[in-house]
Design a binder for this molecule. Structure first.
Ligand code: UDP
Ligand code: MG
Length: 337
């Protein structure tokens, strides 16, 4: 939580720039969600109506191979406000979110999963936070019992490592579920990187933030889209995107090892001078050899991780490709400014 938001200066600055009747964009990445997407719309719409704001859904179909897009197109044609962006293939949730942020026209945006693991009711509380002057209001998972023990503990380890290594403060157990002000959306859109680790980017852009704790229920239907291999690579993306310590640490590691090697060489020289040549030593040689080749491969691998990402950034390919856009009822989505 950020104290700045309580100060008078901050609130008055924001009061002058915030619209009285903001338009709300609801950004929903979907990938093979035919089983839940109908329920999602049914559950969120009453809440959005309750806000009294003009709102629009921004669905991003991240290359679904089921009926998700058809269901949504149908709903949009029969009066659901907003639009559906169909990506040309599955680009991953992070890319889909970038597409959604780009396509959102609102003064505020809510980012929410389609599987109803992010309780829609929370949007109302988030909105109160926004009115109070916060620019980012994020959901904080207090109970992750819907996740497996393995996922929880690896997630914990990741947050600890990330926050220790990276110079930004990323709240542990905060997902992508959040409400953000236009200022934050614009800031995010200005970040040019291709590797989009959203949780890190959210933290990197800053702005006064507030947490709303909630219990994360299990997925309503359908299957989770992330396996451990994906999560591992996701974590690597996060770490390499926000800290260079894994690259630099080898300098210090190498320096320490060299020092130790010098000391050992010195010791061996003295010992040879005083006690003569001593043959046994296969074990220590082997251990040293394995240790050093391991450390070298590890450090080269670490460099490889960064080079691979540099390579990807250098190619300058777009983060996603929009294949088609289906607009909902235009009169409701038109921005009123
Ligand atoms: N998702 C997506 N592209 C993907 C994977 C997931 O757009 O490649 C969407 C998915 O449809 C859902 C949200 O991202 O709306 C979260 O996915 P999931 O529930 O599988 O993630 P978890 O809850 O395990 O973090
Ligand atoms: Mg989920």
């Amino acid at each position: 939580m950020n104290k700045a938001a309580d100060s008078k200066i901050y609130v008055s600055r924001r009061e002058s720039t915030r619209p009285d009747a903001p338009v709300l964009s609801v950004i929903v990445p979907v990938f093979n969600e035919e089983e839940v997407i109908g329920h999602f719309v049914e559950a969120t719409r009453p809440v959005l109506e309750q806000t009294g704001l003009v709102y629009e859904y921004v669905f991003i179909d991240d290359g679904s191979r089921d009926a998700t897009a058809d269901i949504l197109a149908e709903k949009l044609k029969s009066g659901l406000p907003g639009r559906l962006l169909g990506l040309s293939r599955n680009f991953g949730k992070e890319a889909a979110l970038s597409a959604g942020l780009e396509a959102a026209r609102g003064d505020i945006a809510v980012i929410i999963d389609a599987d109803l693991q992010d309780p829609p009711d929370l949007i109302l509380q988030m909105l109160d936070g926004w009115k109070a002057g916060y620019d980012v209001i994020y959901g904080l998972r207090v109970n992750r019992s819907s996740d497996t023990l393995m996922k929880r503990s690896t997630a914990n380890m990741f947050y600890k490592l990330f926050n220790r290594l990276a110079n930004i403060d990323m709240p542990a157990n905060a997902g992508d579920f959040r409400l953000i002000d236009r200022a934050v959306i614009d800031a995010l859109l200005k970040l040019p990187e291709r590797s989009r680790f959203m949780k890190g980017l959210f933290a990197w852009v800053g702005f006064p933030a507030m947490a709303i704790p909630y219990e994360r229920p299990a997925r309503m239907a359908g299957r989770g889209k992330f396996n451990y291999w994906k999560l591992w690579n996701f974590a690597l993306d996060g770490l390499t995107g926000f800290t260079t310590l894994p690259l630099r640490v080898w300098f210090y590691g190498g320096a320490l090892i060299s020092l130790a090697a010098f000391a050992y060489a010195f010791f061996l020289t003295l010992r040879t001078i005083f006690y003569g040549v001593d043959w046994p030593g296969y074990a220590s040689l082997m251990v040293a050899l394995l240790f050093f080749s391991g450390a070298q491969l590890l450090s080269i691998g670490m460099i490889g991780e960064y080079i691979a990402r540099l390579f990807n950034e250098a190619k300058q390919r777009p983060v996603y490709i929009v294949q088609d856009v289906i607009e909902g009822t235009p009169e409701e989505t038109a921005k009123t400014d």
